[in-house]
Write a protein that binds this ligand. Structure first.
Ligand code: UDP
Length: 315
């Protein structure tokens, strides 16, 4: 297959590029490098089945030749990125999704949308199943991402229903691994960097908020299976092992062997505004239709991630 991945130089897009190349497919990675980086794909440069195109997908996308699948992964993806780039976040979810769908339609290609657990907002049902409609504040600081992704899902289903486009929607839950941006402000790079530097780990609030962290290789496997499946409706992909952020901080201190302490802080800005109190994917559907579940234990995935960050942080 010849696959176009928007956001192909990002954290997830670059890992997907690796996977599709490894399976013998051809990959065109497209990225405007707003939050992506060519460092994530430099090992693929010169590969005869890999091509990088610098392009902002909110503008018309022109690609020569046949394309079999379009994977739309372009978007800022961390809360502090939404603060810095609120309008690009809205545009790539709305206009970018429209352009990527238009390309898929023109090429008669399959389309896969990277959606998110953020469509569930601060959830009122727990764990979250795909049939839950969510609890999102449209005008809050996270709304730019959440609503763009909700719009993107609606647009994807409209192309499926009206144009009979072959579509897939993956709802991605917290994912971690090598190539996360050190400065993206999310809990995984923050805590790892703080622990490696011996600085206090900044737990927001009392540390009782929960998340469930999925290693990137497991996520990529789930997305690969979803693309190859026939499932049009959204599928949650994530790791259901939920923990509190305090427990997570303790785990990072243990695995880095750090002497760091834990600092409970109360950010008043958007780092905490509308921050979901709990989150855990219900992955029954992925288990049933994709025969997928995560396999990488937290300690193993975190050790690989710490090994990635150590030389970058300590020099
Ligand atoms: N968090 C924290 N300290 C940090 C960064 C994040 O306590 O330095 C918390 C944050 O408030 C949230 C959780 O960790 O409850 C996960 O945050 P992240 O930004 O990684 O992802 P989210 O799931 O909120 O998009």
């Amino acid at each position: 297959m010849r696959i176009l991945i928007t956001g192909g130089a990002g954290f997830l897009g670059s890992h997907l590029s690796d996977r599709f190349i490894a399976e013998g497919h051809s990959v065109i990675a497209m990225d405007n490098l707003l939050t992506g980086s060519t460092a994530n794909i430099e090992h693929l440069a010169g590969h005869d089945r890999f091509m990088f195109i610098k392009h902002d997908v909110t503008n018309y996308i022109y690609v020569e030749g046949e394309i079999d699948a379009v994977l739309h992964f372009a978007s800022p993806a961390s809360p502090i990125d939404y603060l810095e780039y609120p309008i690009p976040t809205l545009k790539v979810g709305a206009l970018g999704t429209h352009k990527a769908l238009g390309l898929a339609k023109a090429k008669n290609a399959r389309f896969l949308l990277a959606s998110t657990s953020e469509v569930y907002g601060d959830p009122l049902i727990h764990p979250q199943t795909e049939d839950y409609w969510g609890n999102v504040n449209p005008i809050g600081p996270r709304g730019v991402y959440d609503e763009a992704k909700r719009f993107a899902e609606a647009m994807t289903m409209a192309y499926h229903r009206y144009h009979q486009l072959d579509t897939r929607i993956v709802r991605i839950f917290n994912t971690y691994g090598p190539r996360m941006r050190q400065e993206d402000g999310r809990v995984v790079p923050n805590f790892i960097a703080q622990a490696l530097r011996g600085e206090p780990l900044t737990v927001y609030g009392d540390g009782s908020r929960t998340r469930a962290f999925c290693f990137v290789d497991d996520l990529v496997e789930g997305i690969y299976r979803l693309l190859m499946s026939n499932e049009v409706e959204p599928v949650n992909i994530g790791n259901p092992s939920e923990m509190t952020i305090l427990q997570f901080a303790e785990k990072i201190i243990e695995l880095t062997g750090s002497t760091s302490e834990i600092a409970f802080i109360e950010p008043t800005d958007m780092r905490i505004k509308d921050d979901p109190k709990v989150r855990q994917p219900d992955i029954s559907k992925a288990r049933r239709i994709l025969n997928w579940e995560p396999r990488v234990p937290l300690e193993v995935g975190l050790t690989k991630t710490i090994d990635y960050f150590r030389p970058r942080i300590l020099g």
